[in-house]
Ligand binder design. Structure first.
Ligand code: PEP
Ligand code: MG
Length: 942
């Protein structure tokens, strides 16, 4: 990604390198934009007295200048600063870089301001060469450890810095393991490892024509170069796109003294969370470690990691069907094998949570019985965990209620609203394996074995489960579109688990019984074969894998979710309604907290069952009736019947028109009655018919033939009708209130159905909304029809009062800029920002998808304006309409019902311009509620 922001420290005195370690840190936690998350937190941890191996951080500004000035210019600028910091590091550690007797080895790691797990590159054990490896052997007396570190370094450096395929190295390692009959890497002796190193060096020589670099300074600069270079790699770019990470300066580079988790049985390395990142539970200390290993072993999922606590270890063993004896012998917890280090780590966990006031994700290494902290950061978590942790931290007094509201990302709530398996259906399903419950939820889909297939199948609308031995950052696109992810290898902190949790995608990881064969696109599991395209189901909360489909149900909305929603409601000012046009959707939305319907689109109602036949009958004669009215200069059907008394054909057309309306009235009334009942006294904005009429007609020959039979006309007549209604640009054509102007009887029928339903359901609050108004006179004409109906219904139903608000959508730019005139007639405005975007930006809703992605990538628009409101342009139209509308009618009710009504950034905009409510699809109601509360709190915080 190109650097976005300007330099924080301008001019000559720019400091590019910051030291950290033993109370001498130059940075602190708040300097994340400059030092990256990792660098800032290493500095902070060292400052508060935690055991952090010392090192230094090259700033994100250096990364920005790497791209701006070029590598050569930047490196010559920072050469001295890096050398000075290296000297300082040598002085503090008493080690020498590139020399014995006590060689300084470092890790070189990336770290942007926002954590992007596994997205950029890392090199460990840098500084090793033939000379320093010999010194290391002498120093530690452990030749195997030194050789293991060296071979890891060559492999990582070769892959990350020199760009060689890591499989080429794996291939050599496997060959040596095979020759030596070694099952695990740890079974290889120092001599075996020497052979591996020899082979690795040959791999490098063969691929590059050069020897592996011996000079540690060259290694360091190449490492720095690789990390800065990795900021622009496709994985990192895709990660930023998916996670909407923008405006970062670049990545920092952390150069840190190595500590060795692979220096024997008294050493270990691990990752841990201060609370469970899947559920938010705080039962025990969650995490995994491996004895005699380096960090990448835990993440790569090559060996089965062990748990931190005894309780966690027992629970894990139970889920894996491992008995206590085997667990104790083969997979004991850290608490059991290194009780002292465990105690220190547990204290650090508590200290860090208090210090950062949030759940932390920790990396640690134990070198010969001594614990070191390598990282802390606010841990990634699932949405259920985020909600629970926020509520619990507030209860524990670590954060305030308001902070709890701000801690949950509104759009992530989507994950809490997804269905879970129906217990009975799950009980009946055939369970074939149990893996780790890496990311909760339930998924049913067709099996695919690689990310490209996942993207292709999902593109065709299929639900897919991505099955991989283990995932890597290259799989990110496929993981994003999959309903669920199943991996055969890897723990709770494997790439698949971490990424799936971040995405809110159901994931079962480390399912060892699943044997995947990519070549034949099959997996076998305890005698069952599952092929590409077969259906399977995953329960991400238990780790169970099933063959076939399983029914699912809506989730419960109580517990921490209910609490965070209650808090959101306490602070928000915006009302939240829903877009729904069936009683069922209305009920779902009310359960999610909708305070009414902001948009009931009535066109969907015309498609159901027999009514499409009635409506088509109406359309068939509508134009004839209209022409007759015009020719005879009459405006009502009664008048027309009188003047056409002798014209049998005309009378037949009028009769058909009337009959269709008569058939439609009761079914529409029934629809509205059902919806009003579901809303139980909450307001309901019903929009009159909006789409162009041709949308209700069949366009294929078979459909037209069928319609002709139903209507008793020839297929040619139907074809002519369809052709007659054809428009070159239907979105700007005969639709919205223009239909009501041409066919006022349709408006009348709809208004009558609404009013009669309102009389039938006590306490209902209908609001009739006229669509696509651009001129106040359109609204005035439609309003008069509605007012006449209200009076008529009152009279006929003998009711004194029938409170129906009449308003309009603001979805045409002309309506926005003449809102003062329109407000003379309208009692409310609802911003139809889908059409307002279409007409405001001049982007066809139907066609712009083809190029909008490119527009966003090129930065022409920051976001797709159909998803996130274009505040600069379309938002300005909204502001104008609000101002002008209020000028005429001080208390005019203002809402939004375009797709933007459930999008957090747009909701914030709606709050800031003072709308009364937002309206969105049922599943986005909780998102809008939380976003509305955050808008209030963010404004208060300035
Ligand atoms: C709109 O235009 O924003 C709107 C809600 O109406 P529709 O999407 O039905 O055109
Ligand atoms: Mg519209």
């Amino acid at each position: 990604m190109p650097p976005k922001k300007k330099s924080a420290t301008k001019g000559k005195g720019k400091k590019y390198v910051f030291f950290f370690g033993k109370g001498k840190s130059e940075g602190k936690a708040s300097m994340k934009p400059l030092l990256g998350g990792k660098g800032a937190n290493l500095a902070e941890m060292a400052s508060i007295g935690l055991p952090v191996p010392p090192g230094f951080t090259l700033t994100t500004e250096a990364c920005a200048d790497y791209y701006k000035l070029g590598k050569k210019a930047l490196f010559s600028k920072i050469e001295k600063e890096v050398a000075d910091h290296l000297a300082r590091l040598e002085a503090m550690t008493g080690k020498t870089f590139g020399k014995g007797p006590n060689p300084l080895l470092v890790s070189v790691r990336s770290g942007a301001a926002v954590s992007m797990p596994g997205m950029m590159d890392t090199v460990l054990n840098l500084g090793l060469n033939e000379e320093t490896v010999a010194a290391l052997i002498k120093l530690t007396g452990d030749e195997r450890f030194a050789m293991d570190s060296y071979r890891r370094f060559i492999q990582m450096f070769g892959n990350v810095v020199m760009g060689l395929d890591h499989h080429d190295f794996e291939h050599e390692l496997d060959a040596v393991k095979k020759a030596k009959k070694a099952k695990n890497d740890t079974d290889l002796t120092a001599k075996d490892l020497k052979e591996v190193i020899k082979r690795y060096k040959a791999v490098v020589k063969k691929a590059t024509g050069k020897n592996f670099p011996e000079n540690p300074m060259d290694q360091l600069w190449a490492g720095i170069d690789a990390v800065f270079g990795s900021w622009n790699n496709p994985r990192a770019i895709k990660y930023c796109q998916i996670n909407d990470i923008r405006g970062l300066m670049g990545t920092a580079v952390n150069v840190q003294t190595m500590v060795f988790g692979n220096s024997g049985e008294n050493s270990a390395t691990g990752v841990a969370f201060t609370r469970d990142p899947s559920t938010g539970e705080n039962k025990y200390f969650y995490g995994e470690f491996l004895v005699n290993a380096q960090g990448e072993d835990v993440v790569a999922g090559i060996r089965t990691p062990q748990q931190i606590t005894i309780a966690g270890s027992r629970e894990w063993a139970k889920s894996q069907g491992i008995d206590e004896k085997t667990r104790k012998e083969q997979f004991p917890s850290l608490q059991e094998v290194m009780p002292k280090c465990f105690k220190t780590l547990d204290n650090i966990r508590l200290k860090l949570e208090k210090h950062y006031r949030d759940m932390q994700d920790l990396e640690f290494t134990i070198e010969d019985g001594e614990l070191f902290m390598l990282q802390t950061r606010n841990g990634k978590r699932t949405a259920p965990a985020a909600v629970k942790i926020a509520i619990d931290l507030a209860k524990e007094g670590l954060i305030t209620e308001k902070e709890a509201v701000m801690r949950v990302e509104p759009s992530s709530l989507d994950q809490l609203l997804h269905p879970v398996f129906v217990q009975a259906s799950e009980d009946k399903a055939k369970k074939i394996a149990v893996g780790l419950p890496a990311s909760p939820g339930a998924a049913t889909g067709q099996v695919v074995f690689n990310a490209e297939d996942a993207e292709e199948w999902a593109g065709k609308g299929k639900a897919v489960i991505l099955c991989r031995v283990e995932t890597s950052p290259e799989d990110i696109g496929g993981m994003h579109v999959a309903k669920g992810i199943l991996t055969a290898r890897g723990g709770m902190t494997s790439h698949a688990a971490v990424v799936a949790r971040g995405m809110g995608t159901c994931c079962v990881a480390g399912c060892g019984d699943v044997n995947i064969d990519y070549k034949t696109k099959k997996f076998t599991c305890k005698g069952v074969t599952v092929k590409e395209g077969d259906w399977i189901s995953l329960n991400g909360s238990t780790g169970a894998v099933y063959t076939g489909k399983i029914d699912s149900v809506e989730p419960a909305l109580t517990g921490p979710f209910g609490k965070i929603m209650k808090l959101a409601d306490k602070y928000r000012k915006l009302g939240v309604r829903t877009n729904a046009d069936t009683p069922h959707d209305a009920e779902v939305a009310v359960r999610f907290g909708a305070e009414g319907i902001g948009l009931c689109r009535t066109e969907h109602m015309f498609f159901e069952g027999e009514r499409i036949v009635s409506f088509r009958r109406l359309i068939l004669v509508a134009e004839t009736v209209k022409s007759l009215k015009d020719a005879n200069s009459v405006s009502t059907l009664d008048e027309l019947e009188k003047v056409c008394a002798e014209d049998k054909k005309a009378l037949a057309a009028i009769a058909q028109y009337r009959q269709a309306l008569k058939e439609l009235l009761p079914v529409q009334r029934k629809d509205f009655t059902g919806i009003f009942k579901a809303l139980a006294g909450r307001p309901c904005t019903v929009r009159l018919l909006d789409p162009p009429l041709h949308e209700f007609l069949p366009h294929d020959d078979a459909g037209q033939k069928e319609m002709a039979q139903q209507m008793g006309v020839s297929p040619k007549d139907i074809k002519n009708l369809v052709e007659g209604l054809h428009e070159f640009n239907p979105m700007l054509g005969h639709r919205g209130c223009r239909l009501g102007i041409t066919y006022p009887e349709v408006t009348e029928m709809q208004a009558r159905a609404i009013c009669e339903a309102a009389v039938a359901v006590k306490g209902s609050k209908p609001e009739i909304m006229v669509p696509l108004v651009g001129n106040v006179k359109e609204l005035a004409l439609q309003k008069q029809i509605i007012l006449d109906v209200i009076e008529d219904v009152k009279k006929k139903k003998k009711v004194k009062r029938l409170n129906v608000l009449i308003g309009t959508m603001i979805e045409i730019p002309r309506a926005a800029v003449t809102a003062d005139e329109i407000a003379e007639e309208a009692e409310f405005f609802s911003f139809g920002t889908n059409d307002l975007t279409q007409m405001g930006c001049g982007f066809s809703r139907d066609d712009a998808g083809k190029f909008l992605g490119e527009y966003v990538n090129a930065g022409i628009y920051e976001y797709d304006p159909f998803q996130v409101l274009d505040q600069t342009g379309v938002g300005e139209l909204v502001k104008i309409a609000c101002r002008k509308g209020r000028k005429t009618r001080k208390n005019i009710k203002l809402g939004i019902c375009g797709e933007h009504g459930g999008e957090p950034k747009s909701v914030e905009f709606c709050h800031n311009v003072g709308l009364n409510y937002v309206s969105c699809s049922p599943y986005r109601v909780p998102i809008a509620r939380l976003a509305a509360a955050q808008a209030v709190l963010r404004k208060k915080m300035g």
